[in-house]
Ligand binder design. Structure first.
Ligand code: SOE
Length: 359
């Protein structure tokens, strides 16, 4: 392997651009980019800033100057691309959801494990220092035993019937949309912070626009989920892509016996710590836990955000490719976990009953 990690990006949309920036900012180089056609590859190279455009995805995966393949394409294409990358001996970063169902996600995990390659999924909200702070406070006992987990993840970019995207279409995005796209981020984050696992749930899904762009829509615009955890806590989450005014509002509260820990993705530099006597707003960079400070990249008072999380995620992925084992790196195992929770949500909503989440 070269001194710098050499990445090839498949997919030229918004996420491909975010990955490219993160690769460069973490010391790697984007050697190649490929879209679905030679023309989109060339346009993607221009926009993303790769060293070269590759005519086909197969060529990118086979290239000697690609150590890690970043899969940033519509969900239904993830599995074939990941299979091909692993077969070529490459490490992989695959956008979430890892696959369109849990069996396929498990197959990809098994392939990555057998090949011994690094395989990660960008559950990037784990990389906010304030999230690491919350996790450390649960782990060291400051928060006390966790009793309740609650919150929401709300967006509005699909609020109107005229709004459209490939994610709306089950053939491209999979049977679940709002939950598989953003609900999984919330569940991953809350499990990551609390150390609990969601074991049973009851879900309701809503499709408020049964038709978009002149075609029927079967994927959900929103979901409401009530759940229990393996360690005796209870919780609920509301997930929506049709909530006017909410752009990307991931909010959670992890309520322990002595502290409640609240995080808001749209105001990520502070963690609200509730106590019986005193409530505090802990600002990133102002005396936090070392596990949190490790991810603080600019001094306190200089806001840090979404792209910084992505940079940290890619930097830790590249560290894993180089042989280390960063704490809290989201891998294909976490992608499988997300696929299982999603499957349980769909099953519960269809059967209108409580469902066990596969372990
Ligand atoms: C679109 O809903 C999206 O870009 C998701 O795909 C991301 O995972 C989330 O971080 C922001 O919203």
């Amino acid at each position: 392997m070269a001194d710098r990690i050499r990445a090839g990006i498949v997919g030229t949309g918004f996420m491909g651009t975010v990955h490219a920036r993160a690769i460069r900012r973490s010391g790697g180089v984007v050697t190649r980019v490929a879209g679905s056609t030679p023309e989109s590859s060339a346009a993607g190279r221009e926009r993303i800033g790769a060293e070269s455009a590759t005519e086909s995805v197969d060529e990118l995966i086979a290239a000697d100057d690609v150590d890690v393949v970043h899969v940033c394409t519509p969900n239904a294409t993830h599995a074939p691309l990941v299979r091909a990358a692993i077969a070529a001996g490459k490490s992989v970063v695959c956008e979430k959801p890892l696959a369109v169902d849990a069996a396929e996600a498990q197959e990809l995990l098994d392939l990555a494990t057998a090949a011994g390659v690094t395989a990660t999924v960008p559950f990037v909200y784990r990389f906010y220092p304030t999230v690491r702070e919350a996790r450390a406070r649960v782990a060291d006992g400051s928060a006390g035993p966790v009793r309740l987990l609650h919150g929401s993840y709300l967006q509005d970019w699909l609020a109107d019937a005229t709004d459209d995207d490939w994610r709306v279409d089950a053939a491209a995005g999979g049977a679940s949309r709002a939950f598989a796209d953003i609900g999984v981020h919330w569940c991953d984050l809350v499990e990551f912070v609390s150390g609990h696992r969601i074991t049973r749930l009851a879900a309701r899904t809503l499709t408020v626009h049964p038709e978009r762009g002149g075609r029927p829509v079967t994927t959900e615009d929103a979901a409401v989920v009530l759940f229990e955890t393996d360690r005796g806590a209870a919780g609920n989450v509301t997930v929506s892509q049709v909530t006017p005014g909410r752009k990307n509002r991931l909010w959670f509260s992890v309520d322990g016996a002595t502290e409640s820990l609240c995080f808001d993705q749209e105001n990520p530099d502070s963690l609200w710590i509730g106590g019986r006597e005193v409530n505090r707003q802990l600002l990133r960079g102002s005396g936090g836990h070392p596990a949190a400070e490790r991810y603080s990249v600019v001094p306190a008072g200089h806001p840090q955000g979404y792209q910084d999380c992505f940079d940290a995620f890619v930097a830790d992925t590249h560290a894993a490719v180089a042989g280390s084992a960063p704490d809290g790196l989201p891998t294909f195992a976490d992608g499988v976990r997300a696929a299982r929770v999603t499957a349980a949500v769909l099953e519960s909503a269809a059967a209108r009953t409580w469902v066990e989440v596969a372990a």
